[in-house]
Write a protein that binds this ligand. Structure first.
Ligand code: SF4
Length: 272
């Protein structure tokens, strides 16, 4: 899918953590829009997407000179009290164009000099490995949460054809862990997977988060229903996976390879 890039000069970078992110003082989005354009993305139903004429996934606003704006807000926020940041809530901070623009890297540089109380980096992109040097400087104040919704590449292609391949995400988790960066595998939203999924994750992480549309889209599954994602399951004859109890299948499998305190369900798994 072709992405149109617009260059914007943001007035603010830090937003208050609300709703699903109420455990965080702030959320931080280095970009607006997302070239991965996942079919099930709940941001499609949010004003940021609805007010644009172009389809979600086809445009990305690059926040130029974000670091200067962020630095001022960050210092002010730190002076007021604990700062916990979720990066990112309505984009992936490792957009393909981040390779060139380095907006996310510029924000990490600021945080690595004076770490926040906690930073969650939520991504599905292998590009995060580029920033291992800065992530290490953040020490225990950071966790990289890598989205891996399934172990099956054909399922990934069906639901999010423009997102990075599963094998590259698994490899990235391995590299981050070997380097000593705190990580988790985030199976969210749960997509149809094989019986080997938990076994594949076992050597790579000590923390797994499981979430689905019904618990995690902020509307009990309504936003996802409005997107018509159920049709994608029907096309594959896998409707049983589009159900509030489907996550139990993966949860039970995970329990055979992880201890219960290593498995986190929905919102808890994203908390600082
Ligand atoms: S990567 Fe995240 S923000 Fe981007 S389209 Fe997919 S779900 Fe939405």
């Amino acid at each position: 899918m072709k992405t149109e890039f617009l260059y914007k000069y943001p007035k603010t970078m830090l937003n208050k953590g609300t709703g699903f992110l109420s455990g965080y003082s702030h959320s931080l989005n280095p970009y607006t829009g997302c070239s991965f354009g996942c079919s099930y993305c709940y941001v499609r139903q949010m004003p940021v997407s609805l007010f644009r004429k172009a389809e979600w996934g086809t445009w990305v606003d690059v926040k130029k000179e974000a670091a200067g704006v962020f630095q001022k807000e960050y210092q002010k926020a730190k002076a007021k009290g604990p700062v916990t940041i979720f990066m990112s809530s309505s984009t992936d901070p490792y957009q393909p164009i981040e390779n060139r623009e380095q907006i996310t890297r510029s924000l990490l540089k600021i945080m690595s000099c004076d770490p926040p109380d906690f930073l969650l980096v939520q991504t599905r992109s292998p590009l995060v490995r580029r920033d291992i040097d800065l992530l290490l400087q953040l020490g225990k104040h950071v966790r990289v949460s890598m989205t891996i919704e399934t172990d099956l590449e054909e399922i990934r292609k069906h639901f999010s054809p423009y997102a990075p391949p599963i094998a590259a995400r698994l490899k990235t988790l391995q590299l981050l862990a070997e380097a000593g960066v705190p990580t988790q595998a985030t199976i969210a939203p749960i997509l149809p997977s094989s019986d080997r999924f938990a076994e594949i994750l076992r050597p790579l992480v000590t923390r797994v988060c499981v979430d689905d549309y019904f618990m995690g889209d902020g509307s009990g599954g309504k936003r996802t229903r409005n997107l018509g994602v159920d049709a994608l399951y029907k096309q594959l004859g896998l409707e049983e996976w589009y159900h509030p109890t489907a996550y139990r299948k993966v949860y039970e499998q995970l329990k055979q390879h992880f201890s219960e305190d290593q498995i986190w369900i929905s919102q808890q798994g994203f908390e600082p």
